[in-house]
Design a protein around this ligand. Structure first.
Ligand code: AMP
Length: 513
Protein backbone atom coordinates (compact mmCIF):
# COMPACT_ATOMS: atom_id res chain seq x y z
CA UNK A 1 0.00 0.00 0.00
CA UNK A 2 1.38 3.34 -0.94
CA UNK A 3 1.62 5.99 1.69
CA UNK A 4 1.05 8.83 -0.72
CA UNK A 5 -2.33 7.67 -1.89
CA UNK A 6 -5.27 9.54 -0.44
CA UNK A 7 -8.51 7.72 0.08
CA UNK A 8 -11.98 8.86 -0.87
CA UNK A 9 -13.44 11.26 1.65
CA UNK A 10 -16.63 9.37 2.37
CA UNK A 11 -16.65 5.91 3.93
CA UNK A 12 -16.98 4.19 0.59
CA UNK A 13 -15.69 0.64 0.25
CA UNK A 14 -14.51 -1.25 -2.81
CA UNK A 15 -17.59 -3.47 -2.51
CA UNK A 16 -19.77 -0.39 -3.11
CA UNK A 17 -18.20 0.17 -6.51
CA UNK A 18 -19.63 -2.89 -8.28
CA UNK A 19 -16.42 -4.89 -8.71
CA UNK A 20 -16.61 -8.67 -9.03
CA UNK A 21 -15.96 -10.99 -6.03
CA UNK A 22 -12.68 -12.20 -7.59
CA UNK A 23 -11.41 -8.66 -7.90
CA UNK A 24 -12.61 -7.69 -4.43
CA UNK A 25 -10.79 -10.65 -2.93
CA UNK A 26 -7.51 -9.63 -4.63
CA UNK A 27 -7.98 -6.04 -3.47
CA UNK A 28 -8.47 -7.24 0.10
CA UNK A 29 -5.34 -9.38 -0.18
CA UNK A 30 -3.45 -6.32 -1.39
CA UNK A 31 -4.44 -4.68 1.90
CA UNK A 32 -6.55 -1.88 0.45
CA UNK A 33 -9.66 -1.05 2.42
CA UNK A 34 -10.87 2.17 0.89
CA UNK A 35 -10.81 3.37 -2.70
CA UNK A 36 -8.87 6.51 -3.53
CA UNK A 37 -10.80 9.47 -5.02
CA UNK A 38 -9.85 8.60 -8.59
CA UNK A 39 -10.90 4.99 -7.99
CA UNK A 40 -14.20 5.96 -6.37
CA UNK A 41 -14.89 8.37 -9.22
CA UNK A 42 -13.83 6.25 -12.19
CA UNK A 43 -14.57 2.61 -11.35
CA UNK A 44 -18.42 2.65 -11.33
CA UNK A 45 -18.50 4.41 -14.71
CA UNK A 46 -15.81 2.21 -16.19
CA UNK A 47 -17.81 -0.84 -15.11
CA UNK A 48 -20.84 0.51 -16.94
CA UNK A 49 -18.84 0.71 -20.14
CA UNK A 50 -18.66 4.49 -20.23
CA UNK A 51 -15.67 6.46 -21.47
CA UNK A 52 -13.72 8.05 -18.65
CA UNK A 53 -11.45 11.06 -18.67
CA UNK A 54 -9.32 10.82 -15.53
CA UNK A 55 -7.20 13.80 -14.63
CA UNK A 56 -4.77 12.44 -12.09
CA UNK A 57 -1.10 11.99 -11.48
CA UNK A 58 0.94 8.96 -10.59
CA UNK A 59 0.60 8.25 -6.89
CA UNK A 60 -3.16 8.78 -6.75
CA UNK A 61 -4.06 5.12 -7.30
CA UNK A 62 -5.03 5.76 -10.90
CA UNK A 63 -3.63 2.45 -12.18
CA UNK A 64 -6.06 0.43 -10.09
CA UNK A 65 -8.83 2.76 -11.25
CA UNK A 66 -8.62 1.20 -14.69
CA UNK A 67 -7.12 -2.22 -13.88
CA UNK A 68 -9.86 -3.26 -11.42
CA UNK A 69 -12.88 -2.55 -13.67
CA UNK A 70 -11.05 -4.05 -16.64
CA UNK A 71 -10.50 -7.28 -14.72
CA UNK A 72 -14.17 -7.42 -13.80
CA UNK A 73 -15.24 -6.84 -17.38
CA UNK A 74 -12.76 -9.35 -18.75
CA UNK A 75 -14.35 -12.17 -16.76
CA UNK A 76 -16.77 -12.69 -19.63
CA UNK A 77 -15.33 -13.78 -22.97
CA UNK A 78 -12.10 -15.25 -24.30
CA UNK A 79 -9.13 -13.96 -26.24
CA UNK A 80 -8.43 -15.06 -29.78
CA UNK A 81 -5.00 -15.45 -31.40
CA UNK A 82 -3.41 -12.15 -32.37
CA UNK A 83 -6.57 -10.28 -31.37
CA UNK A 84 -6.10 -8.68 -27.95
CA UNK A 85 -9.29 -7.86 -26.06
CA UNK A 86 -7.94 -4.79 -24.34
CA UNK A 87 -5.06 -2.43 -25.00
CA UNK A 88 -3.23 -0.17 -22.57
CA UNK A 89 -0.80 2.39 -23.94
CA UNK A 90 1.97 3.70 -21.71
CA UNK A 91 4.67 6.24 -22.60
CA UNK A 92 7.61 4.33 -21.12
CA UNK A 93 8.70 0.78 -20.56
CA UNK A 94 8.86 1.19 -16.82
CA UNK A 95 5.28 2.39 -16.60
CA UNK A 96 4.16 -0.43 -18.88
CA UNK A 97 5.95 -2.94 -16.64
CA UNK A 98 4.35 -1.40 -13.56
CA UNK A 99 0.89 -1.77 -15.09
CA UNK A 100 1.66 -5.41 -15.83
CA UNK A 101 2.61 -5.89 -12.17
CA UNK A 102 -0.77 -4.41 -11.21
CA UNK A 103 -2.59 -6.88 -13.46
CA UNK A 104 -0.67 -9.75 -11.89
CA UNK A 105 -1.44 -8.50 -8.37
CA UNK A 106 -5.13 -7.75 -8.79
CA UNK A 107 -5.71 -10.51 -11.37
CA UNK A 108 -4.41 -13.33 -9.18
CA UNK A 109 -7.85 -14.98 -9.15
CA UNK A 110 -8.24 -14.75 -12.92
CA UNK A 111 -6.60 -16.79 -15.63
CA UNK A 112 -5.77 -14.04 -18.04
CA UNK A 113 -3.09 -13.85 -20.68
CA UNK A 114 -1.14 -10.65 -20.40
CA UNK A 115 1.26 -9.50 -23.11
CA UNK A 116 3.75 -6.70 -22.66
CA UNK A 117 5.08 -5.08 -25.82
CA UNK A 118 7.99 -2.85 -24.93
CA UNK A 119 11.43 -2.13 -26.31
CA UNK A 120 14.39 -4.08 -25.00
CA UNK A 121 12.54 -7.42 -25.16
CA UNK A 122 12.81 -9.76 -28.14
CA UNK A 123 10.09 -9.62 -30.78
CA UNK A 124 9.87 -13.41 -30.93
CA UNK A 125 8.94 -13.78 -27.30
CA UNK A 126 6.32 -11.07 -27.60
CA UNK A 127 4.89 -12.60 -30.78
CA UNK A 128 4.42 -15.93 -29.04
CA UNK A 129 2.32 -14.24 -26.39
CA UNK A 130 0.20 -12.50 -29.01
CA UNK A 131 -0.25 -15.76 -30.86
CA UNK A 132 -1.66 -17.38 -27.70
CA UNK A 133 -4.32 -14.67 -27.52
CA UNK A 134 -3.94 -11.78 -25.11
CA UNK A 135 -6.71 -10.67 -22.79
CA UNK A 136 -4.62 -7.67 -21.86
CA UNK A 137 -2.05 -6.04 -24.09
CA UNK A 138 0.15 -3.42 -22.45
CA UNK A 139 2.41 -1.53 -24.82
CA UNK A 140 4.40 1.54 -25.62
CA UNK A 141 2.98 3.08 -28.82
CA UNK A 142 6.03 2.63 -31.06
CA UNK A 143 6.63 -1.00 -30.22
CA UNK A 144 2.93 -1.76 -30.62
CA UNK A 145 2.84 -0.20 -34.08
CA UNK A 146 5.93 -2.15 -35.07
CA UNK A 147 4.16 -5.40 -34.21
CA UNK A 148 1.09 -4.20 -36.05
CA UNK A 149 3.13 -3.41 -39.14
CA UNK A 150 4.74 -6.83 -39.02
CA UNK A 151 1.21 -8.23 -39.32
CA UNK A 152 1.38 -9.98 -35.96
CA UNK A 153 -1.39 -8.04 -34.35
CA UNK A 154 -5.02 -7.28 -35.17
CA UNK A 155 -6.69 -4.47 -33.30
CA UNK A 156 -10.24 -5.14 -34.43
CA UNK A 157 -11.07 -7.15 -31.30
CA UNK A 158 -10.10 -4.46 -28.79
CA UNK A 159 -13.05 -3.75 -26.49
CA UNK A 160 -11.32 -1.43 -24.01
CA UNK A 161 -8.57 1.05 -24.83
CA UNK A 162 -6.61 2.78 -22.06
CA UNK A 163 -4.42 5.77 -22.82
CA UNK A 164 -2.35 6.51 -19.75
CA UNK A 165 -0.17 9.55 -19.02
CA UNK A 166 -1.40 11.29 -22.15
CA UNK A 167 0.39 14.57 -21.42
CA UNK A 168 3.63 12.73 -21.16
CA UNK A 169 2.90 11.04 -24.49
CA UNK A 170 2.55 14.56 -25.87
CA UNK A 171 5.91 15.63 -24.45
CA UNK A 172 7.51 12.63 -26.04
CA UNK A 173 6.02 13.19 -29.49
CA UNK A 174 3.70 10.16 -29.39
CA UNK A 175 0.45 11.92 -30.27
CA UNK A 176 0.51 11.04 -34.00
CA UNK A 177 1.00 7.38 -33.02
CA UNK A 178 -1.86 7.58 -30.55
CA UNK A 179 -4.14 9.10 -33.18
CA UNK A 180 -3.23 6.35 -35.59
CA UNK A 181 -3.86 3.62 -33.02
CA UNK A 182 -7.23 5.13 -32.03
CA UNK A 183 -8.30 4.95 -35.66
CA UNK A 184 -7.27 1.29 -35.91
CA UNK A 185 -9.53 0.23 -33.05
CA UNK A 186 -13.31 -0.14 -33.53
CA UNK A 187 -15.15 3.01 -32.50
CA UNK A 188 -17.55 0.92 -30.44
CA UNK A 189 -14.77 0.37 -27.91
CA UNK A 190 -14.68 1.90 -24.46
CA UNK A 191 -11.87 4.41 -23.88
CA UNK A 192 -10.34 5.20 -20.50
CA UNK A 193 -8.07 8.19 -20.81
CA UNK A 194 -5.69 9.54 -18.14
CA UNK A 195 -3.60 12.66 -18.05
CA UNK A 196 -2.08 14.68 -15.22
CA UNK A 197 -2.66 17.95 -17.05
CA UNK A 198 -4.89 19.03 -19.91
CA UNK A 199 -2.92 21.09 -22.43
CA UNK A 200 -4.89 22.07 -25.58
CA UNK A 201 -3.44 19.22 -27.67
CA UNK A 202 -4.73 16.70 -25.13
CA UNK A 203 -8.15 18.32 -24.92
CA UNK A 204 -8.34 18.08 -28.71
CA UNK A 205 -7.45 14.41 -28.58
CA UNK A 206 -10.16 13.68 -26.02
CA UNK A 207 -12.73 15.57 -28.09
CA UNK A 208 -11.78 13.52 -31.10
CA UNK A 209 -11.63 10.07 -29.54
CA UNK A 210 -13.78 9.95 -26.39
CA UNK A 211 -17.57 9.58 -26.49
CA UNK A 212 -19.44 11.54 -23.80
CA UNK A 213 -16.73 10.83 -21.21
CA UNK A 214 -17.26 11.06 -17.48
CA UNK A 215 -14.66 13.46 -16.17
CA UNK A 216 -12.99 12.57 -12.86
CA UNK A 217 -10.45 14.98 -11.55
CA UNK A 218 -7.95 14.76 -8.71
CA UNK A 219 -6.47 18.21 -8.58
CA UNK A 220 -3.34 19.57 -7.06
CA UNK A 221 -2.94 22.17 -4.37
CA UNK A 222 0.25 23.83 -3.28
CA UNK A 223 1.27 23.27 0.30
CA UNK A 224 4.55 22.70 2.02
CA UNK A 225 5.90 19.52 3.42
CA UNK A 226 6.08 20.30 7.10
CA UNK A 227 7.31 16.86 8.02
CA UNK A 228 10.43 17.00 5.85
CA UNK A 229 13.52 18.48 7.44
CA UNK A 230 15.28 20.27 4.62
CA UNK A 231 18.91 21.34 4.84
CA UNK A 232 21.47 22.87 2.55
CA UNK A 233 24.98 21.48 2.79
CA UNK A 234 27.84 23.66 1.64
CA UNK A 235 30.48 22.22 -0.63
CA UNK A 236 33.49 23.17 -2.68
CA UNK A 237 32.82 23.32 -6.40
CA UNK A 238 34.66 20.31 -7.74
CA UNK A 239 33.13 16.86 -8.18
CA UNK A 240 35.41 15.33 -5.58
CA UNK A 241 34.47 18.09 -3.12
CA UNK A 242 30.83 17.25 -3.66
CA UNK A 243 31.38 13.52 -3.41
CA UNK A 244 33.29 14.04 -0.21
CA UNK A 245 30.50 16.23 1.18
CA UNK A 246 27.95 13.59 0.29
CA UNK A 247 29.92 10.79 1.95
CA UNK A 248 30.28 12.92 5.06
CA UNK A 249 26.54 13.56 5.18
CA UNK A 250 25.69 9.90 4.67
CA UNK A 251 28.10 8.82 7.37
CA UNK A 252 26.83 11.46 9.80
CA UNK A 253 23.22 10.35 9.31
CA UNK A 254 24.32 6.75 9.94
CA UNK A 255 21.53 4.35 10.82
CA UNK A 256 18.92 7.05 10.48
CA UNK A 257 19.15 6.36 6.77
CA UNK A 258 16.79 3.51 6.07
CA UNK A 259 17.02 4.11 2.36
CA UNK A 260 17.84 7.15 0.29
CA UNK A 261 17.63 8.50 -3.21
CA UNK A 262 20.53 10.64 -4.37
CA UNK A 263 19.56 12.89 -7.24
CA UNK A 264 21.96 14.20 -9.88
CA UNK A 265 21.09 16.64 -12.63
CA UNK A 266 22.81 14.69 -15.37
CA UNK A 267 23.11 11.02 -16.11
CA UNK A 268 26.84 11.43 -16.62
CA UNK A 269 27.05 12.29 -12.93
CA UNK A 270 24.70 9.46 -11.95
CA UNK A 271 27.19 6.95 -13.39
CA UNK A 272 30.21 8.62 -11.92
CA UNK A 273 28.76 9.10 -8.45
CA UNK A 274 27.42 5.56 -8.36
CA UNK A 275 30.84 4.11 -9.19
CA UNK A 276 32.50 6.34 -6.63
CA UNK A 277 30.06 5.31 -3.88
CA UNK A 278 30.57 1.64 -4.66
CA UNK A 279 34.33 2.13 -4.55
CA UNK A 280 33.85 3.63 -1.12
CA UNK A 281 31.90 0.55 -0.03
CA UNK A 282 28.48 2.15 0.08
CA UNK A 283 25.52 -0.05 -0.69
CA UNK A 284 24.45 1.83 -3.81
CA UNK A 285 22.65 1.31 -7.09
CA UNK A 286 21.93 3.62 -10.00
CA UNK A 287 19.06 4.42 -12.31
CA UNK A 288 19.65 6.29 -15.54
CA UNK A 289 18.54 6.38 -19.12
CA UNK A 290 21.44 4.43 -20.61
CA UNK A 291 20.85 1.28 -18.62
CA UNK A 292 19.12 -1.55 -20.39
CA UNK A 293 15.64 -2.53 -19.36
CA UNK A 294 16.64 -5.57 -17.36
CA UNK A 295 19.27 -3.64 -15.38
CA UNK A 296 16.77 -0.89 -14.55
CA UNK A 297 14.10 -3.26 -13.37
CA UNK A 298 16.57 -5.27 -11.28
CA UNK A 299 17.99 -2.14 -9.73
CA UNK A 300 14.54 -0.84 -8.90
CA UNK A 301 13.28 -4.07 -7.41
CA UNK A 302 16.46 -4.43 -5.31
CA UNK A 303 15.89 -0.95 -3.97
CA UNK A 304 12.21 -1.63 -3.31
CA UNK A 305 13.05 -4.89 -1.52
CA UNK A 306 15.60 -3.18 0.69
CA UNK A 307 18.58 -5.00 -0.86
CA UNK A 308 20.05 -1.63 -1.84
CA UNK A 309 20.16 1.26 0.57
CA UNK A 310 21.16 4.09 -1.73
CA UNK A 311 19.83 4.75 -5.21
CA UNK A 312 21.55 7.34 -7.39
CA UNK A 313 19.11 8.64 -9.99
CA UNK A 314 18.32 11.40 -12.43
CA UNK A 315 14.97 13.16 -12.25
CA UNK A 316 13.66 11.60 -15.42
CA UNK A 317 14.80 8.09 -14.54
CA UNK A 318 12.92 8.36 -11.24
CA UNK A 319 9.86 10.10 -12.63
CA UNK A 320 6.56 8.27 -12.54
CA UNK A 321 8.09 5.24 -10.85
CA UNK A 322 6.38 3.71 -7.88
CA UNK A 323 9.33 4.02 -5.52
CA UNK A 324 8.49 3.48 -1.87
CA UNK A 325 8.80 6.15 0.76
CA UNK A 326 12.44 6.84 1.53
CA UNK A 327 13.92 8.16 4.75
CA UNK A 328 16.34 10.54 3.02
CA UNK A 329 16.72 12.45 -0.20
CA UNK A 330 20.14 13.83 -1.10
CA UNK A 331 20.44 16.37 -3.87
CA UNK A 332 23.97 15.85 -5.11
CA UNK A 333 23.22 18.73 -7.47
CA UNK A 334 20.87 21.61 -6.83
CA UNK A 335 18.15 21.13 -9.43
CA UNK A 336 18.15 23.66 -12.25
CA UNK A 337 14.35 23.75 -12.22
CA UNK A 338 12.89 24.59 -8.84
CA UNK A 339 9.93 22.26 -9.46
CA UNK A 340 12.30 19.31 -9.58
CA UNK A 341 13.30 20.11 -6.02
CA UNK A 342 9.70 19.66 -4.91
CA UNK A 343 9.44 16.36 -6.79
CA UNK A 344 12.66 15.11 -5.32
CA UNK A 345 12.00 15.87 -1.69
CA UNK A 346 8.44 14.61 -2.12
CA UNK A 347 9.96 11.12 -2.28
CA UNK A 348 10.40 11.28 1.47
CA UNK A 349 8.16 12.24 4.39
CA UNK A 350 5.02 10.61 3.00
CA UNK A 351 1.91 9.83 5.01
CA UNK A 352 2.88 12.11 7.83
CA UNK A 353 6.16 10.31 8.46
CA UNK A 354 9.26 12.35 8.97
CA UNK A 355 11.81 12.61 6.21
CA UNK A 356 15.06 14.43 5.65
CA UNK A 357 16.56 16.08 2.63
CA UNK A 358 20.05 17.45 2.12
CA UNK A 359 20.91 19.62 -0.85
CA UNK A 360 24.58 20.02 -1.62
CA UNK A 361 25.19 23.57 -2.78
CA UNK A 362 28.26 25.29 -4.17
CA UNK A 363 28.81 28.98 -4.80
CA UNK A 364 27.61 28.71 -8.36
CA UNK A 365 24.28 27.23 -7.21
CA UNK A 366 23.14 30.36 -5.38
CA UNK A 367 20.65 31.48 -8.02
CA UNK A 368 19.07 28.02 -8.20
CA UNK A 369 18.78 27.86 -4.41
CA UNK A 370 17.13 31.30 -4.47
CA UNK A 371 14.61 30.09 -7.06
CA UNK A 372 13.77 27.04 -4.94
CA UNK A 373 13.28 29.12 -1.82
CA UNK A 374 11.05 31.46 -3.77
CA UNK A 375 8.95 28.56 -5.04
CA UNK A 376 8.52 26.85 -1.69
CA UNK A 377 8.09 30.17 0.10
CA UNK A 378 10.66 29.34 2.75
CA UNK A 379 14.35 29.73 3.44
CA UNK A 380 16.15 26.41 3.68
CA UNK A 381 18.45 26.18 6.67
CA UNK A 382 22.13 25.44 6.26
CA UNK A 383 23.25 22.21 7.84
CA UNK A 384 26.70 23.25 8.92
CA UNK A 385 27.35 26.86 8.07
CA UNK A 386 26.66 28.62 4.81
CA UNK A 387 28.84 29.07 1.75
CA UNK A 388 30.69 32.07 3.17
CA UNK A 389 32.72 29.58 5.18
CA UNK A 390 33.79 27.59 2.12
CA UNK A 391 37.40 28.29 1.27
CA UNK A 392 37.58 29.13 -2.40
CA UNK A 393 39.71 26.53 -4.09
CA UNK A 394 42.11 27.20 -6.89
CA UNK A 395 40.43 26.59 -10.17
CA UNK A 396 37.06 27.49 -8.70
CA UNK A 397 35.81 29.64 -11.51
CA UNK A 398 33.08 31.05 -9.35
CA UNK A 399 35.32 31.97 -6.45
CA UNK A 400 37.08 35.31 -6.18
CA UNK A 401 40.60 35.10 -7.65
CA UNK A 402 43.34 34.92 -5.09
CA UNK A 403 47.12 35.20 -5.05
CA UNK A 404 49.03 36.42 -8.02
CA UNK A 405 46.17 36.03 -10.42
CA UNK A 406 47.72 33.67 -12.92
CA UNK A 407 46.01 34.06 -16.27
CA UNK A 408 43.23 31.57 -16.99
CA UNK A 409 43.21 29.26 -19.91
CA UNK A 410 40.84 30.20 -22.67
CA UNK A 411 37.32 29.25 -21.63
CA UNK A 412 38.26 29.42 -17.99
CA UNK A 413 38.71 25.67 -17.67
CA UNK A 414 41.54 23.87 -15.96
CA UNK A 415 43.36 21.08 -17.64
CA UNK A 416 41.88 17.76 -16.63
CA UNK A 417 45.33 16.53 -15.54
CA UNK A 418 45.74 19.40 -13.12
CA UNK A 419 42.30 18.75 -11.69
CA UNK A 420 43.18 15.18 -10.99
CA UNK A 421 46.41 16.23 -9.34
CA UNK A 422 44.52 18.27 -6.80
CA UNK A 423 42.19 15.45 -5.83
CA UNK A 424 42.38 14.79 -2.10
CA UNK A 425 44.12 11.55 -1.17
CA UNK A 426 41.05 9.90 0.33
CA UNK A 427 39.01 10.40 -2.83
CA UNK A 428 39.01 7.15 -4.75
CA UNK A 429 40.04 7.64 -8.35
CA UNK A 430 37.09 7.45 -10.65
CA UNK A 431 39.04 8.45 -13.72
CA UNK A 432 38.21 5.24 -15.49
CA UNK A 433 34.51 5.65 -14.78
CA UNK A 434 34.63 9.28 -15.75
CA UNK A 435 36.26 8.38 -19.05
CA UNK A 436 33.55 5.85 -19.79
CA UNK A 437 30.69 8.14 -19.02
CA UNK A 438 32.36 11.00 -20.83
CA UNK A 439 32.31 8.83 -23.91
CA UNK A 440 28.59 8.20 -23.35
CA UNK A 441 27.73 11.85 -23.07
CA UNK A 442 30.08 14.81 -23.25
CA UNK A 443 30.09 16.83 -20.07
CA UNK A 444 28.87 20.00 -21.66
CA UNK A 445 27.43 23.04 -20.05
CA UNK A 446 24.29 22.15 -18.16
CA UNK A 447 22.34 25.27 -18.93
CA UNK A 448 23.08 25.06 -22.64
CA UNK A 449 22.01 21.45 -22.41
CA UNK A 450 18.70 22.32 -20.80
CA UNK A 451 18.08 25.05 -23.36
CA UNK A 452 18.68 22.59 -26.13
CA UNK A 453 16.21 20.19 -24.55
CA UNK A 454 13.66 22.94 -24.28
CA UNK A 455 14.11 23.74 -27.93
CA UNK A 456 13.76 20.12 -28.86
CA UNK A 457 10.67 19.78 -26.74
CA UNK A 458 9.30 22.82 -28.50
CA UNK A 459 10.06 21.14 -31.82
CA UNK A 460 8.23 18.03 -30.64
CA UNK A 461 5.22 20.12 -29.67
CA UNK A 462 5.30 21.71 -33.13
CA UNK A 463 5.43 18.31 -34.68
CA UNK A 464 8.84 18.71 -36.37
CA UNK A 465 10.86 16.48 -34.17
CA UNK A 466 12.59 13.59 -35.74
CA UNK A 467 11.22 10.25 -34.54
CA UNK A 468 14.63 9.28 -33.36
CA UNK A 469 14.38 11.91 -30.64
CA UNK A 470 11.83 9.96 -28.70
CA UNK A 471 12.38 8.59 -25.29
CA UNK A 472 13.79 5.22 -24.45
CA UNK A 473 11.44 3.15 -26.45
CA UNK A 474 13.96 1.34 -28.53
CA UNK A 475 12.26 0.11 -31.57
CA UNK A 476 13.47 -1.14 -34.92
CA UNK A 477 13.80 1.31 -37.75
CA UNK A 478 10.74 1.37 -39.93
CA UNK A 479 12.89 0.60 -42.95
CA UNK A 480 14.53 -2.36 -41.24
CA UNK A 481 12.01 -4.34 -39.32
CA UNK A 482 14.12 -7.44 -39.07
CA UNK A 483 16.95 -6.26 -37.07
CA UNK A 484 19.08 -3.43 -35.93
CA UNK A 485 17.48 -1.85 -33.07
CA UNK A 486 18.26 1.77 -33.17
CA UNK A 487 20.28 3.29 -30.42
CA UNK A 488 18.11 4.16 -27.50
CA UNK A 489 17.07 7.71 -27.05
CA UNK A 490 18.48 9.48 -24.05
CA UNK A 491 15.63 9.85 -21.67
CA UNK A 492 17.02 12.96 -20.06
CA UNK A 493 16.57 14.80 -23.33
CA UNK A 494 12.84 14.54 -23.05
CA UNK A 495 12.52 15.85 -19.57
CA UNK A 496 9.48 17.94 -18.98
CA UNK A 497 9.72 21.24 -17.24
CA UNK A 498 7.16 21.66 -14.48
CA UNK A 499 5.41 19.20 -12.23
CA UNK A 500 4.31 16.98 -15.07
CA UNK A 501 3.02 13.60 -14.00
CA UNK A 502 4.76 13.30 -10.74
CA UNK A 503 3.16 15.68 -8.30
CA UNK A 504 4.24 14.71 -4.82
CA UNK A 505 1.53 13.55 -2.46
CA UNK A 506 1.77 16.52 -0.18
CA UNK A 507 0.74 18.75 -3.05
CA UNK A 508 -2.40 16.80 -3.93
CA UNK A 509 -5.97 17.20 -2.82
CA UNK A 510 -9.02 15.40 -4.04
CA UNK A 511 -11.77 17.33 -5.72
CA UNK A 512 -14.87 16.75 -7.72
CA UNK A 513 -15.97 13.51 -6.13
P1 AMP B 1 -0.65 4.70 -8.91
O1 AMP B 1 -1.16 6.10 -8.83
O2 AMP B 1 -1.50 3.82 -9.70
O3 AMP B 1 0.79 4.68 -9.38
O4 AMP B 1 -0.66 4.08 -7.43
C1 AMP B 1 0.18 4.55 -6.43
C2 AMP B 1 0.28 3.57 -5.28
O5 AMP B 1 -0.93 3.51 -4.55
C3 AMP B 1 0.62 2.15 -5.66
O6 AMP B 1 1.67 1.72 -4.84
C4 AMP B 1 -0.63 1.39 -5.36
O7 AMP B 1 -0.33 0.07 -5.00
C5 AMP B 1 -1.24 2.16 -4.22
N1 AMP B 1 -2.72 2.09 -4.12
C6 AMP B 1 -3.59 1.95 -5.13
N2 AMP B 1 -4.86 1.95 -4.66
C7 AMP B 1 -4.80 2.11 -3.33
C8 AMP B 1 -5.79 2.18 -2.29
N3 AMP B 1 -7.10 2.13 -2.54
N4 AMP B 1 -5.35 2.36 -1.04
C9 AMP B 1 -4.04 2.46 -0.79
N5 AMP B 1 -3.05 2.38 -1.71
C10 AMP B 1 -3.43 2.20 -2.99
Amino acid sequence: MSEDTQTAPEALTFADLGLSPKVLSAVTDAGYTQPTPIQAGAIPHALQGKDVLGIAQTGTGKTASFVLPMLTRLEKGRARARMPRTLILEPTRELAAQVEENFVKYGKNHRLNIALLIGGVSFDEQEKKLERGADVLIATPGRMLDHFERGKLLLTGVEILVIDEADRMLDMGFIPDIERICKLIPFTRQTLFFSATMPPEITKLTEQFLHAPVRVEVAKAASTAVNITQRLAKSGPKPWDKRETLRRLIKAEGDEIKNAIIFCNRKVDVSELFRSLVKHDFDAGALHGDMDQRARMTMLSNFRDGKLRLLVASDVAARGLDIPDVSHVFNYDVPIHAEDYVHRIGRTGRAGRSGKSFTIATRSDTKYVDAIEKLIGNKIEWHDGDLSTVVASEGDDEAPRRGRGAPRRAGGKDKPGRERDRRPRDEAPVVEAAAIVAAEAPADNVVADINERRERKEAIRNGNADRKHREHEDRPRRDDHRGNRRHQREEEDDRTVGFGDDMPAFMLIATNI
